[in-house]
Design a protein around this ligand. Structure first.
Ligand code: SF4
Length: 339
């Protein structure tokens, strides 16, 4: 199933999770207050039954908690309700997210029995010190072991990483990305750290012990991470937390919360490509860049920020960006006229 499969989310906030990661307040992140049960799953299925589209490509997704850390009876209740959806032809498969240390052979055999197709592991970092400071309660070795088991059992594997965690650095994030690539996942999600109210991280930030990972920090770093994954043929299926009313309404106190973070990152990547093309341009020059039409707004940036930046950086008297479907690359320099 492709990463474009439509997703029917069912959130299981903090249900069964015995841990307390410093950044986590699942109730705020998911915007949901009561834990899911079989009734929640059936409601989601009956709402989806009326939707148009290819039901075979629809996946019911248990997100927001550590699914396989839930007591077995509750897992079975949720999975069996979801499986009814497969039998009724409302969904094609099930996906879920969990912790690397809550996965073993018996757990995976249970998931397989109920028609789970995709397992997401919250790796977050491959640096043990970062994992420790973040209160994750697992090691990088747990991630390697769980990823191997998930793949060997024939599931699609999605890995999640975070940037800007306590103790994290750009080098550690790049090295995490390289290690995740070596585990050959079918996709990754990148979640730059957001300081959510009512979390341990919020207190650390308020006391000045933790310096926030700003939107700009995240954009700069993710503009390096994204090309690494894409060059390895691994799709980045999400970049940044899904916006919710709760987070936008003040739940996100600081950090890399932006409703269109992925767009900002892609726009930055194009800006950096344009910088390479314009390298050595004399101040006062007039330049024209051609861009694939589908990338025009990304190239211009929000409120034409990329154009202003490039003009300022190179002292250009004029910079025109023109859409051109005939160019071979994503972006090309058409002409640079010296002053
Ligand atoms: S393991 Fe997941 S659900 Fe549990 S505290 Fe950490 S982030 Fe939250």
């Amino acid at each position: 199933m492709s990463a474009r499969a439509s997703i029917l989310p069912v959130f299981v906030p903090h249900l069964g999770c015995p841990h307390d990661c410093v950044f986590c307040n699942q109730r705020r992140i998911t915007g949901e207050l009561s834990p899911a049960d079989a009734g929640t799953v059936r409601e989601a299925l009956s709402a989806a039954a009326a939707l148009p589209g290819d039901a075979g490509k629809r996946q019911l997704a248990f997100f927001g908690g550590s699914f396989t850390a839930i007591p077995e009876a509750q897992q079975e209740e949720l999975l069996s309700a979801a499986q009814e959806g497969i039998e009724q032809g409302i969904i094609g498969s099930i996906r879920l997210s969990t912790r690397p240390d809550a996965v073993d052979g018996a757990v995976l055999a249970r998931l397989r029995r109920y028609g789970v197709e995709t397992v997401e592991l919250g790796a977050q970092s491959m640096d043990d010190e970062v994992l420790r400071l973040s209160g994750r309660g697992h090691t990088a070795e747990d991630v390697r072991r769980a990823a191997r088991l998930v793949k060997e059992a024939g599931f699609r594997l999605i890995l999640q990483m975070m940037t800007g965690l306590p103790g994290d650095t750009e080098e550690k994030s790049l090295s995490t990305a390289r290690e995740l690539i070596s585990l050959r996942p079918d996709g990754v999600r990148i979640y730059p750290t957001v300081v959510v109210r009512d979390t341990a991280l919020y207190e650390l930030w308020r006391r000045g012990v933790y310096r926030e990972h700003t939107v700009e920090d995240a954009v700069r770093l993710c503009a390096k991470l994204l090309p690494l994954f894409e060059a390895a043929g691994i799709p980045v299926i999400r970049l940044g937390l899904n916006p919710t009313e709760e987070l936008s309404g003040g739940g996100a106190a600081a950090g890399a919360y932006h409703p269109a973070l992925g767009e900002l990152v892609r726009s930055r990547i194009l800006r950096e490509k344009a910088e390479l093309l314009l390298e050595g341009t004399e101040p006062g020059s007039r330049a024209v860049l051609a861009v694939q039409p589908r990338l025009l707004s990304q190239m211009l940036g929000p409120k034409r920020a990329n154009v202003s930046f490039l003009r300022g950086r190179f002292g250009l008297s004029e910079l025109r960006v023109v859409p051109d479907p005939s160019i071979c690359a994503e972006i090309e320099a058409v002409s640079v006229e010296k002053p």
